[in-house]
Design a protein around this ligand. Structure first.
Ligand SMILES: Cc1ncc(COP(=O)(O)O)c(C=O)c1O
Length: 530
């Protein structure tokens, strides 16, 4: 079946600007309430907003568990830092698509993953986020996204005056029959869905869809002539080396666009560099021309010095491959330990398979949360955790879920340490969860969850005091308020001289680490290699 993209002309906005632009009080300098601006399209990204609140609390000296922001939480490798500083003198803009060395390196990166790639099929941009936005624009029409899926897909669609249709799915891939139904319903309502975005592996759930789910989705995409955008930014962070990555570009190469970047695998989010792999044939050529048009008007070209460093990263010399293997091990250990804390507290938690995300579902605790805190929504739960405990997480509704489902997206990589030294130590540790600062965060999380749910902590040593359960039916504060945090039960404030105890009943993190699939590939590494 022929693949189509929308004609290259502006679409009519589904959100017509309904604000009056004339009338009494309207003036470019009008006071609030009679603004000279049109309606706002999107608020600050939920994930960045939580990060800012966390920073403010930290500045005030208040304890925090920063688990809202999906950052890789690790320092740049020295090889990449040196490459970046060596290239600082490169001040020219360069080609819109990116410099040849970068495009060749990215093509090699994909070719090593069974996706033979011509450098001409690669377009680089200032982060894959910008490229994803450019692709939405370039393809045109509405977009189908998984429920739940990364916050920015739907927000970007709205920014582009398009509609994101949420389709229930798992592991970042919409259910195929639900997708077919959604496409047909949209058509009946006069809207055309032209693309579907999949996230492999997935943010927010930290899981990976099966090859069967990807195959079924591709069949629907074939039937309905949809472009598949496969966001593979977490591909290198699958915890188990033996997991086969089910890229739709393997099965449906003629209609799949892949995006990735250096933000997660190489932990260079702030350097802002992403790449996209376009399909062969007419579709790829047309998308390339459109994407370059968009890029030329928005970002001109990716930052030249960053491109030089990213070319080295995508070449994957052994020392960088080892670094990624170590980060995979660390992400897996801490994500599993955090997942365990949530499931021990009574939440339902899918086993994390990739990256640094945990996705607990508090619906088994809905009655407790209502009784103790008057909580009925994920936003209420995330707000309570932030306000009262300094725990930053995102509500599942930021990812398209129903607020009443009480799901949270928990990002674990900012627990690796406050300093570069701590993070490097965590990276090299066989048992990172036993490092005092990570153990303190895990203990703190356990205590917060015990307080939240009124469960007695298994740990009851003389040094811990033990929060225990409050009297039956009682809370230590008025309706809606959780117990007050005190230094006595706050390990982030407690006397550092006191010996730390592991919780009885919690999993020994060391056993996770012993079972890490990639331990052979990282054996013998020196700290300075990290
Ligand atoms: C699923 C997903 N895609 C894309 C991005 C953005 O990546 P980049 O830093 O390359 O813009 C993120 C960042 O959080 C993400 O989680």
């Amino acid at each position: 079946m022929a693949i189509s993209v929308a004609p290259g002309r502006p679409l009519t906005s589904p959100y017509p600007d309904t604000e009056p632009d004339t009338g009494p009080g309207h003036h470019p300098l009008a006071p609030p309430g009679r603004s000279c601006l049109g309606p706002a399209t999107v608020p600050v990204s939920a994930t960045l907003a939580v990060n800012e609140v966390m920073d403010a609390r930290r500045t005030r000296g208040e304890p925090v568990l920063p688990m809202g922001f999906g950052e890789a939480g690790l320092p740049a490798h020295p090889l990449l830092r040196e490459a970046l500083s060596r290239a600082a003198g490169r001040t020219s803009y360069g080609p819109v698509a990116g410099e040849a060395a970068l495009l060749e390196a990215a093509a090699g990166y994909w070719s090593r993953r069974d996706l033979p790639t011509d450098p001409d099929a690669v377009v680089a941009g200032p982060g894959s986020k910008a490229l994803l936005f450019g692709l939405t624009e370039a393809i045109g029409g509405d977009v189908a996204v998984t429920r739940p899926s990364w916050v920015s897909y739907a927000a970007q669609a709205s920014l582009a005056r398009r509609v994101a249709h949420f389709v229930p799915g798992a592991g970042g891939v919409p259910d195929a029959s639900e997708l077919a139904r959604t496409v047909n319903e949209a058509k009946a309502a006069g809207r055309t869905i032209r693309s579907v975005i999949v996230t492999l592996p997935d943010n927010p759930t930290g899981t990976l869809a099966s090859a069967a789910a990807v195959r079924a989705l591709g069949a629907v995409a074939d039937k309905h002539d949809l472009v598949i955008i496969s966001d593979e930014i977490y591909r290198d962070l699958l915890h188990d080396d033996d997991t086969v990555h089910p890229s739709p570009a393997l099965l449906y190469p003629e209609r799949t666009v892949v995006t990735t970047g250096v933000s997660k695998n190489f932990a260079l989010g702030g350097w802002r560099l992403g790449v996209t792999r376009l399909p062969d044939g007419w579709l790829g050529r047309e998308l390339r021309a459109r994407l370059l048009g968009i890029g030329s008007e928005i970002w001109s070209s990716p930052a030249a010095p960053v491109q030089q460093a990213a070319a080295i990263a995508f070449d994957e010399p052994p020392v960088l491959a080892q670094r990624v293997a170590l980060s995979r091990r660390l992400h897996g250990s801490v994500a599993r330990a955090v997942a365990h804390r949530f499931s021990a507290a009574g939440a339902r938690v899918p086993a994390p398979q990739a990256a640094f995300y945990v996705y607990p579902d508090f619906s088994p605790l809905a009655g407790v949360l209502l009784r103790r805190h008057g909580i009925t929504s994920d936003v209420g739960l995330a707000g309570l955790l932030l306000r009262e405990y300094g725990v930053g997480v995102l509500p599942g509704s930021a990812f398209g879920e129903a607020p009443g489902w009480l799901r949270l997206r928990v990002a674990t990589a900012l627990l690796y340490g406050d300093t570069e030294d701590q993070r490097i130590t965590a990276l090299g540790a066989a048992d990172p969860c036993s490092l005092s600062w990570i153990a303190a965060s895990l203990d703190r999380l356990e205590e917060v969850l015990a307080d939240l749910t009124g469960k007695r902590l298994a740990r009851q040593g003389p040094d811990r005091g033990g929060t225990g359960a409050p009297p039956e039916g009682g809370r230590r504060r008025g309706v809606g308020g959780p117990p007050t945090r005190t230094a006595a039960h706050d390990p982030l404030r407690a006397d550092p001289g006191q010996p730390k105890r592991r919780s009885a009943g919690t999993e020994p993190c060391a056993s996770y680490c012993r079972n890490m699939p990639d331990r052979r590939s990282v054996r013998g590494l020196l700290i300075r290699d990290l």
